[in-house]
Design a binder for this molecule. Structure first.
Ligand SMILES: NC(=O)c1ccc[n+]([C@@H]2O[C@H](COP(=O)([O-])OP(=O)(O)OC[C@H]3O[C@@H](n4cnc5c(N)ncnc54)[C@H](O)[C@@H]3O)[C@@H](O)[C@H]2O)c1
Length: 333
């Protein structure tokens, strides 16, 4: 889809990837962006820059995807929808029924409203969690669904439902399976990624970053700005009814990550290893991004060092916000 002159709704646009996508949309010649978010996790601070642009508005009806009639009204006259709203992994683990309500029923509402209002294209946020623990690396899109938790189950359900909506009603969509997303505006709720914030907190206090276990778990850490870029690529592309990996294709162990943070912060603290306090959900996950490059033109632009520098500098310039996110996650200093 050509973006010029078009109107978009960003569902869950107050969150991490959504707010960066709104920022990128503002660089395009679009006519309007409506953020539809109940701010259960995201925040207006995330949109502080974007809201200076008169084309960006926050939906003033509360913005909950469980309110299907409101969703339906807001999607009237909209050309494209980005759908980011979801409960996060650990919350789905604790509250499976809420996970079902928001991530499956809410996502169904988004699809249904797209069909009712003839929205030309939907970009869905799936997740690398659909793969579970990697059976082989790097994972291509045909890697089996090896997921064992409720969060991954909701994302698989979303993908399956989209496929059905496409075949039954012709819904034009693309799904994106993000790997482990980090960057400015991240909070402490992520199951794998919050470790970066906690290590940086420790380093800021002159303490060693702690790794629970031996640090050999390895992930594909992808910068949030690259994920936002993947969303724009996906909205512009012609391909339909497919899901793509959004990552870098590079593997980084937690030990390598800690070493990189120590190096980038200019400290010489040793890493502290502690016994694993809880079962690890996933030990390895690296996604092959070549299909996304071929079909939607996405290629990660930001390497880990550059991305982590961006996060470190955001933390330095947003100390109050970081402290508020720490409190919101129940972390006491
Ligand atoms: N961050 C990651 O590492 C990662 C990895 C894979 C997939 N994803 C998926 O990508 C999407 C965006 O992730 P994120 O990290 O930006 O998450 P996020 O939690 O920062 O953003 C999600 C937004 O959805 C909103 N929301 C929650 N429930 C809602 C509801 N009922 N109605 C309306 N809005 C609601 C939240 O307030 C939040 O602003 C999610 O679907 C997530 O599952 C994220």
């Amino acid at each position: 889809m050509k973006l010029a002159g078009k109107k978009f709704v960003v569902v869950g646009g107050g969150g991490l990837i959504g707010s960066h996508t709104v920022d990128l949309l503002c660089k395009e010649d679009i006519s309007e962006v409506i953020v539809y978010d109940n701010f259960f996790r995201g925040s207006e601070e995330n949109l502080a820059n974007a809201l200076k642009d008169p084309r960006v508005k926050i939906c003033d009806f509360g913005g909950d995807i469980l309110h299907s009639d409101i969703l339906n009204d807001v999607f009237a006259g909209i050309d494209g929808v980005f759908h980011f709203a979801a409960l996060w992994l650990l919350q789905c683990h604790e509250y499976p029924r809420s996970a079902f309500d928001v991530n499956i029923r809410g996502t169904f509402n988004v699809m249904e409203a797209c069909v009712k209002q003839s929205v030309a294209r939907l970009v869905y946020s799936s997740s690398a969690s659909v793969y579970g623990d990697a059976l082989h690396e790097p994972m291509k899109e045909d890697h089996p669904y090896n997921n064992k938790n409720f969060y991954g189950a909701t994302k698989i359900a979303g993908e399956a439902m989209l496929n059905a909506f496409h075949h039954r009603y012709g819904l034009n969509y693309v799904g994106l399976r993000y790997m482990n997303v980090y960057g400015p505006r991240q909070d402490y709720h992520g199951a794998y990624i919050a470790v970066i914030m906690k290590m940086l907190d420790a380093i800021d206090q002159g303490e060693s970053p702690t790794i629970f276990g031996d640090g050999s778990e390895a992930f594909d850490f992808v910068a949030v700005e690259d994920c936002a870029y993947a969303n724009i690529c996906a909205m512009k592309a012609d391909v339909v009814n497919k899901n793509y990996n959004v990552g870098t294709g590079f593997r980084t162990s937690l030990k390598e990550l800690a070493e990189k943070l120590i190096q980038l912060t200019g400290t010489d603290l040793p890493i502290q290893f502690a016994p694993r306090s809880q079962a690890t959900l996933v030990r390895n996950r690296i996604g092959d991004p070549t299909l996304a490059e071929k079909d939607i033109g996405y290629q990660a632009q930001i390497d880990l060092e550059v991305g982590l520098r961006g996060l470190i500098s955001w933390r330095k310039n947003h100390k109050e916000e970081v402290a508020a996110r720490r409190r919101a996650a129940g972390i006491t200093d």
